[in-house]
Every structure is written in structure tokens, then in C-alpha cells.
Design a protein around this ligand. Structure first.
Ligand code: NAD
Length: 255
């Protein structure tokens, strides 16, 4: 029997990242969770030969990214799967977009994925195996108003993914970016609630008239749909899939 692979998932205390951590653990991996907050589900993940470890991390800081990698390499020797998932949203017109928020968005959603990839690449190369999954968004492919920082960071992540795929290819390291439309998580539920208040309409109306307006299926995406894609991309069956954007958008960008 082969040894469990080690998966490092950022932003896994909540939402999509939490579902990815649980799914990869159920796939037989050790799950290392890097987040500002401690996940509530840690004690639910237990298996005889697997570990689930939370490492408090602020991905907006280089030294915190470095400390995370040092700790995980010390505990596990290498990382086989890196899922750069942490992110946040800020909505504001361009001319009012706070510069400090712009910087933080790029640090968390573009610089941290670069740093973690850079620091973990040598161990992956040595193992001649690796999977890097970056969490993009539909906003890595198309724009919407008032989301300059998010859209710039997510578009940048596509470029980073493609370069990683080219440099990792000879070492059987694949890199892919997943691009979901709206997924039902705390990040989106907060936006829906605030728009319902601002627009004076119900939560259901905001979902159908605003968030799902461009969706052909007319349904919010569930976190486990994204986690299943991650699980597949981490499998041996996906060894030739690299440098690609995997869109999960209910048909949004088909029009
Ligand atoms: P979420 O708010 O539920 O989870 C995000 C996690 O990232 C949180 O646990 C948070 O603590 C963590 N995080 C934020 N800043 C951090 C930092 N500086 N250091 C460490 N951790 C930090 O959000 P989600 O909806 O699950 O989003 C996860 C990813 O999926 C994000 O990259 C987001 O852009 C992307 N995404 C989400 C949607 C959606 O509709 N929910 C759609 C497309 C893409």
C-alpha cells in the first residue's frame, strides 16, 4: 500500500477550502490547513494512518508563508498537493478602490500562491510528482464592475498557473486553475444579504435576478462540486491535464 500523500490547502477553515480539505482527506491524504482561523471540523477528520493539521497563517505576509512551508516540510518531509484557495472580496468603484485593499488582495490571491509554489517546487521536483490547484473564478476570465482587485488577482493567477505547468511538466508536476461562478459559501452569502438590504428585495430575488442572471442552469454551485474537480485533478487519471482553466459556471461564459 502506498503512503498517504500530503495536501496543503489554504483558506480551508471555511467554504470551498473546507470542502476540499475534507474531500482530499477522504481520498486518503494528510490534510494541512493554512488559514487565519482554526477550522471547526478538525476533530471530525480522523483515520488510522492520516493526519489533519491546522497551521495558523496570514497569507498576506511573506514571513508567514515561509513559516508555513518550513513547518509543513518539517512535519511531513514534502508536500504532494498544493491547493491555493484562500481569498476574499471587496466591492468598490475603481476611483474609490482603497490602495491598501488592492495590495492585500494581490498579496493573498496572487503573491501567496506564487510564494508557496516557489517554496514547495524543489520538494515536488525531487519526488518527481506534484499537483498544484489554484482557485480562480469566473472573474479570472471575464470582468464585472467594482471588483478591480479581485479580477486583477484572479486573471494573474491564470498566468501563474500556465507558467507553473510549463516548468513543472518535466517533473510530472501539474498545475491547473478552477474557475467557478457563484458558489454557496459565507463569502457569497454575505454579498447576497448585503445586496438584498441595499436593493430592498428578498434573498431569493437577489439570487435569481442578480447572482444567477447569467447562469444557464439558474442554480448556485455547491462547494462539493468544486471539491470533486480538485479530487479528480489530483488523481493519476489527470496526469496529462495541466496548464488549463476548469470552468464550473452553469453555462455563464457560454454566451
Ligand atoms: P470563504 O470566505 O468561505 O473562505 C475563504 C477562506 O480564506 C476563509 O477561511 C478565510 O479565513 C481565508 N483567508 C482569507 N484571507 C486570508 C489570509 N490573509 N490568510 C489566510 N487565510 C485567509 O470563501 P470561499 O467562497 O470558500 O472562497 C474560497 C476561494 O474560492 C477564494 O479564492 C474565492 O475567490 C474563490 N471563489 C469563490 C467563489 C464563490 O462564489 N464563493 C466563486 C469563485 C471563486
Amino acid at each position: 500500500m502506498s503512503l498517504p500523500k500530503t495536501a496543503l490547502i489554504t483558506g480551508a477553515a471555511s467554504g470551498i477550502g473546507a470542502e476540499i480539505a475534507k474531500t482530499l482527506f477522504h481520498d486518503g491524504c494528510h490534510a494541512v490547513i493554512a488559514d487565519l482561523n482554526e477550522p471547526e471540523y478538525l476533530s471530525d477528520l480522523s483515520a488510522p494512518n492520516q493526519r489533519c493539521l491546522y497551521i495558523p497563517t496570514d497569507l498576506s505576509k511573506q514571513e508567514s508563508c515561509q513559516a508555513l512551508v518550513d513547518r509543513v516540510l518539517q512535519e511531513f518531509g514534502s508536500v504532494d498537493i498544493l491547493v491555493n484557495n484562500a481569498g476574499f472580496q471587496h466591492i468598490s468603484p475603481l476611483e474609490e478602490f482603497p490602495e491598501i485593499v488592492w495590495e492585500k488582495m494581490l498579496q493573498v490571491m496572487l503573491t501567496a500562491p506564487f510564494l508557496l509554489t516557489r517554496y514547495l517546487f524543489p520538494a515536488m521536483k525531487q519526488n518527481n510528482w506534484g499537483r498544484i490547484i489554484n482557485m480562480g473564478s469566473i472573474h479570472a476570465q471575464v470582468a464585472s464592475v467594482n471588483k478591480a482587485g479581485y479580477i486583477a488577482a484572479k486573471h494573474g493567477l491564470v498566468g501563474l498557473t500556465k507558467t507553473t505547468a510549463l516548468e513543472g511538466g518535466p517533473f510530472q508536476i501539474t498545475a491547473n486553475v478552477i474557475c467557478p461562478a457563484y458558489v454557496r459559501t459565507p463569502l457569497v452569502e454575505q454579498q447576497i444579504e448585503s445586496q438584498a438590504k441595499t436593493m430592498g428585495i428578498s434573498i431569493e430575488e437577489v439570487e435569481s435576478q442578480v447572482f444567477l442572471k447569467a447562469s444557464a442552469t439558474g442554480k448556485m454551485i455547491e462547494p462539493d462540486e468544486v471539491a470533486s474537480m480538485v479530487s479528480y485533478l489530483c488523481s493519476e487519471k489527470a496526469k496529462s491535464i495541466t496548464g488549463a482553466c476548469w470552468t464550473i459556471d452553469g453555462g455563464w461564459t457560454a454566451q
